[in-house]
Design a binder for this molecule. Structure first.
Ligand code: UDP
Length: 364
């Protein structure tokens, strides 16, 4: 059977890679990899790291491309891909425009979809940022829902998805993380091993503009108040992020701004970090598994499990809360230990095996 695995962005590649590698061991499966390349460089470095070469590459990224244009171009390209490939099943991962568009194209071509990381919800469809709509639409169209947690399963049931089509697998991000963290990793940036490290990522669309400036001001204050702590921030290339980060943080002597790190060096940085401050979805899932507290630069999250367990805390893009909570974790050992318990509600590293087993039982 032909299984077409689709990846568009860095997090999709990280989370789909373990599924692709597991499928390649299945005699019944002819695995084909489609890169839409909604992100180019950041996608390529992940595929390289996992030794995956796309069979089809749409190279869809254009400078300043609107999401509507991206969607329209992708739909047209997918028509051809599906006619040529005639896959028996298509796997998509997450909540990007790639996922929503590929799901729609497959639906029109009557090709079943497996949605990896299904059922995440903020229940906020008024939020003008695309992730919630993308995952709701992909979810409605999917034949198999591979839900990372029981909570995401409940979300799908609440939307009327049939119980028999939902499987709680854990998140494949933990599969990728454990495969990677076991290796001998280097950050590749010269840091002082004697100093505590605060690792930062922030590039979510909903924070662009004033919220992102406020985040940067908070980081600047934290760095100024803690000259004995080093801050590492791999900055996303989007000008909404890059320009402001360099303008506000460029002169702080203990803040190191760098290009996005490749996946393995980034995992090394997470392992070395004392504290992580981020608005990333994937980082919220990875850090608890490594026993690292995360302050999340958002007011809501579709990943509530770690927040409920007290190992991740929402601080918003809010100056006061970012400064206060980070300072507390830097100063108060008991508060720190409480958040650094190494609890991972997102999986045990065996999610891709469960996904593959479902497909094997169906197709072989
Ligand atoms: N990541 C990376 N290099 C970096 C920052 C993040 O490889 O410089 C990885 C990180 O380990 C995680 C993923 O990229 O698995 C998160 O991607 P992103 O924050 O762009 O997207 P989200 O998870 O919010 O969808």
């Amino acid at each position: 059977k032909s299984v077409l695995c689709v990846v568009g962005t860095r997090p999709e590649a990280i989370k789909m890679a373990p599924v692709i590698l597991a499928l390649k061991n299945e005699p019944w499966a002819q695995v084909r990899v489609l890169a839409t390349a909604q992100h180019r460089n950041m996608l390529d470095q992940v595929l390289n790291f996992f030794g995956i070469t796309p069979d089809i590459d749409l190279d869809i990224m254009r400078p300043n491309q609107a999401l509507t244009t991206l969607t329209a171009r992708l739909l047209l390209e997918m028509d051809q891909v599906l006619l040529n490939e005639k896959p028996d099943v298509v796997l998509v991962q997450g909540d990007t425009t790639t996922v929503m568009t590929v799901a729609l194209a497959c639906f029109y071509h009557r090709i079943p979809i497996g949605h990896v990381e299904a059922g995440l919800r903020t229940w906020d469809m008024q939020n003008p940022f695309p992730e919630e709509a993308n995952r709701v639409i992909a979810g409605k169209l999917a034949r198999w829902h591979f839900a990372p947690t029981e909570g995401s399963r409940q979300n799908l049931l609440r939307e009327g998805m049939p119980d028999k089509d939902i499987l709680v697998t854990g998140n494949t991000v933990i599969d990728a993380l454990l495969m990677t963290a076991a290796k001998d990793l280097q950050i590749g940036i010269d840091l002082d091993p004697q100093k505590r490290l605060v690792l930062i990522t922030s590039h979510r669309r909903e924070n662009f503009g004033a919220p992102f400036r406020e985040i940067c001001r908070a980081l600047q204050t934290l760095a100024a108040n803690n000259p004995d702590v080093q801050f590492l921030y791999p900055v996303h290339p989007n000008p909404n992020v890059k320009d402001v980060a360099h303008e506000v943080l460029g002169d702080s002597p203990n803040i190191r701004l760098c290009e996005p790190l490749d996946y393995a060096p980034f995992v090394a940085a997470m392992k070395q970090a004392y504290l992580i401050i981020s608005d990333s979805g994937g980082v919220q899932e990875e850090a608890p598994a490594l026993g690292k507290p995360v302050l999340v630069l958002r007011e809501e999250t579709e990943r509530p499990e770690a927040v409920e367990q007290g190992v991740v805390k929402l601080v918003g893009p809010n100056y006061e809360r970012i400064v206060t909570e980070a300072q507390r974790l830097l100063d108060d050992e008991a508060a720190y230990r409480d958040m650094a318990r190494g609890i991972s509600p997102y999986g045990d590293g065996l999610a891709s095996g469960r996904i593959v087993k479902t497909l094997r039982e169906h197709f072989s």
